[in-house]
Design a protein around this ligand. Structure first.
Ligand code: FES
Length: 82
């Protein structure tokens, strides 16, 4: 989420600033990367239930902590501007 905000990526609104309280950083993780990112916790899972068009690969990008192993991570931004 911070990487998207800092690089003016459209669609990542991040109203709560990364507190896992708004779901406006909702995105879809490319299937090839699903097993490489850390699993979601209960709080993220609950917040995603409020997201528009949740899918099997939905994640809140503010909850994905980046590291070198995630270099090249492919994320498709959800429709967060409803
Ligand atoms: S920025 Fe609000 S839930 Fe991610």
């Amino acid at each position: 989420m911070e990487g998207a905000i800092n690089n003016d990526i459209e669609g990542i609104v991040a109203e709560c600033g990364g507190a896992c309280a708004c779901a406006t950083c909702h995105s879809y993780v490319d299937d090839a990367w699903l097993d490489k990112i850390p699993p979601m916790d209960d709080m993220e899972d609950s917040m995603l239930d409020a997201a528009f068009e949740r899918k099997h690969n939905s994640r809140l990008t503010c909850q994905i902590e980046m590291n070198d192993d995630l270099d090249g991570l492919i994320i498709h931004v959800a429709d967060n501007e409803y």
